[in-house]
Design a binder for this molecule. Structure first.
Ligand SMILES: O=P(O)(O)OC[C@H]1O[C@H](OP(=O)(O)OP(=O)(O)O)[C@H](O)[C@@H]1O
Ligand SMILES: O=c1cc[nH]c(=O)[nH]1
Ligand SMILES: [Mg+2]
Length: 206
């Protein structure tokens, strides 16, 4: 299932991120804020346990999350999405997948992975601002599935139709969430209109 957020706050903040004159500080801040806005919907169907509690007035039934949440940023750019989600789920564990896309072949190259021990039971949320050809997302989903994960969501900011199709075909069980479904990929594999190189803009490396 693909969900594209149609929310004025997200559109406003994403527009700031797209502008070429937006600097690192504002880029990061708006990414943080959009991550926080998206998480409300992304976590809507997480299972709950009913628990008996006592308020100052009486006994009643309360709720607590039934599963641990594991946020999995695809390094580097995915790190920029973690903060906004973690602010709302402070108990979330953080896994890391290091991956870069070869600029010529556009193939993903994993270089690091580290997970908590309970991936098979957790609600796993993979985060990366950009879903371009889909190669990095498919490779990351393959990797978390190898760790036993069965409840997996993919949260990106900007997606290209080509990449969404690739992920949907490879992993039809994974729900995809986007702040925007953009128009197309250019000949260098960049999303158009997009926002440029997300990693470089987050970390100021260009
Ligand atoms: O859908 P794809 O075609 O695979 O492209 C998307 C990937 O490219 C970018 O990472 P990049 O390789 O630039 O690494 P970085 O985050 O370290 O800059 C982006 O953050 C995604 O991970
Ligand atoms: O448009 C794109 C495509 C891949 N990676 C990015 O950072 N931006
Ligand atoms: Mg990059």
């Amino acid at each position: 299932m693909l969900t594209v957020f149609d929310h004025p706050l997200i559109k406003h903040k994403l527009t700031i991120m797209r502008k070429k004159e937006t600097g690192t500080k504002d880029f990061r801040q708006n990414l943080d804020e959009i991550g926080g806005l998206m998480v409300y919907e992304v976590t809507r169907d997480l299972p709950l346990n009913e628990i008996p509690i006592e308020t100052p007035l009486c006994q009643t039934i309360g709720y607590e999350m039934a599963k641990d949440v594991v946020i999995v940023p695809i390094l580097r750019a995915g790190l920029g999405v973690v903060n906004g989600i973690q602010n709302l789920i402070p108990t979330a564990r953080i896994a890391h997948i290091g991956m870069y896309r070869d600029e010529e072949t556009l193939e993903p190259h994993p270089y690091f992975e580290k997970y908590p021990s309970n991936m098979d039971e957790a609600a796993v949320i993979i985060v990366d601002p950009m879903l371009a050809t889909g190669g990095s997302s498919v490779a990351a989903i393959d990797m978390v599935k190898k760790q036993g994960a069965t409840s997996i969501k993919l949260v990106c900011l900007v997606g290209a139709p080509e990449g969404v199709k690739v992920v949907e075909e490879a992993h039809p069980d994974v729900d995809i969430y986007l702040a925007s479904l953009d128009d197309h990929l250019n000949e260098k594999g960049y999303i158009v209109p997009g926002l440029g190189d997300a990693g470089d803009r987050i970390f100021g490396t260009k």
